[in-house]
Design a binder for this molecule. Structure first.
Ligand code: NAD
Ligand code: IPM
Ligand code: MN
Length: 348
């Protein structure tokens, strides 16, 4: 069966980094993979021009007739309440039940780490961020003199996230650390702690511990080497993954894959860089497309195309090792030049 991908470039630098990955899809096709893709207009421009965010028919088409989504970024100063970002990105994560947002931190160059004496190859962390709940349930209210954001945690989603994280830790012989604030968030993070203890008991071979998230952040900056998998709720996982982006060279490098461990729908994964739409860079040819390349490799791996995933990752590694660098990495390459430098490492 043809593998169908949906491409959503979105806003700001989203279309600029996505443009660099489209030739890679043609490369995959050229290698004999039965692949088709469609580029969709959802984003701020489309919303402002038509009032449409993500029409129901389009959502159902993504859900039931595609195998994965390649996503650039959403967010636009002309839509200050971010309603289109909620209706596109957060909706896809929630309604495709993509409970896991996997955010690897595998720095490629020593020079990218702002930490003294730590070699890039010694840092091998992957954040497993719950991707559908917590404060992202968006059940809040602003009243006179008071504003409330609810953070909802269900046993089902937390269990899905933790089971996936423990499976990954068990397969890779890595440790797992739960980031939490159960000392304050007694109910929500209390639930996380209870399920974490339960899974720890059923995975005796995995070295598992929990840490208060504030202490964890300090420990990560002092020495990230002891950490393997870090499991966290949606909010803490978001914050931790941006800290870890700094260990990879910055926001332009960090990749992520959102996926549904229980495979409820045909569309089981969404590749999204950790960065946003970077309005400060949009239209200037200065965006680093590396994160987009790396998250496409994660999607290929998810689709079972291990060989293409590996080739794409090593093309990125070779380009960076050879000195390819956009301004955020201290170089002068423009987005298109950076993309070309990476693609040059792909075999014909
Ligand atoms: P951001 O990630 O867009 O930018 C943060 C900083 O990182 C900026 O200095 C930016 O120039 C830099 N940066 C980001 N991507 C880069 C790249 N590829 N190459 C080089 N430098 C890069 O985060 P922000 O400024 O907090 O948010 C801007 C908008 O993006 C907001 O609307 C926000 O809601 C949205 N956002 C969207 C996503 C997403 O779609 N997944 C993620 C984060 C933020
Ligand atoms: C991310 C972003 C999003 C998030 C925003 C744009 C809603 O920061 O993908 O990390 O908070 O999840
Ligand atoms: Mn974020």
């Amino acid at each position: 069966m043809t593998t169908r991908l949906a491409v959503i470039p979105g806003d700001g630098i989203g279309p600029e980094v996505v443009a660099e990955i489209l030739p890679v899809l043609a490369w995959v096709q050229g290698r004999g993979r039965d692949l088709a893709w469609e580029v969709h207009p959802w984003g701020a421009d489309h919303f402002l021009a038509t009032g449409e965010i993500l029409p129901e028919g389009a959502f159902l088409d993504l859900r039931d007739r595609t195998d994965g989504i390649l996503f650039g970024a959403v967010g636009d100063p002309r839509v200050p309440d971010g309603r289109h970002a909620e209706g596109i990105l957060l909706r896809l994560r929630r309604d495709l039940e993509l409970a896991v947002n996997e955010r690897p931190c595998h720095p490629l160059l020593d020079g990218h780490l702002p930490l003294r004496g730590v070699a890039a190859r010694d840092v091998r962390i992957t954040v497993f961020r719950e991707n559908t709940e917590g404060p992202y349930c968006l059940k809040g209210i602003t009243e006179p003199g008071r504003a409330t954001d609810l953070a909802e945690h269900t046993e089902q989603a937390v269990r899905r996230l933790l089971e996936a994280a423990f499976r990954k830790a068990a397969a890779g012989e890595r440790s797992i650390t739960l980031a939490h604030k159960a000392n304050v968030l007694k109910h929500g993070h209390g639930l996380w702690m209870r399920l974490f203890q339960e899974l720890r008991a059923t995975h005796p071979a995995v070295e598992a511990r929990s840490m208060h998230a504030d202490a964890l952040l300090c420990a990560l900056v002092q020495d990230p080497r002891p950490f393997g998998i870090i499991a966290a709720d949606n909010y803490l996982g978001d914050l931790i993954s941006d800290l870890l982006a700094a260990f990879q060279g910055g926001m332009g490098v960090a990749p992520s894959l959102s996926w549904a461990p229980h495979r409820p729908f045909r569309c089981g994964a969404l590749a999204e860089p950790v960065h946003g739409s970077a309005p400060d860079l949009a239209g200037r040819g200065m965006a680093n497309p590396t994160g987009m390349f790396l998250c496409t490799a994660l999607l290929f791996g998810h689709l079972g195309w291990q060989e293409e995933a590996g080739l794409l990752e090593s093309a990125v590694r070779h380009a960076l090792l050879a000195g390819a660098a956009s301004p955020d990495l201290g170089g002068h390459l423009r987005t298109g030049e950076m993309g070309a430098a990476i693609r040059a490492g792909l075999p014909a």
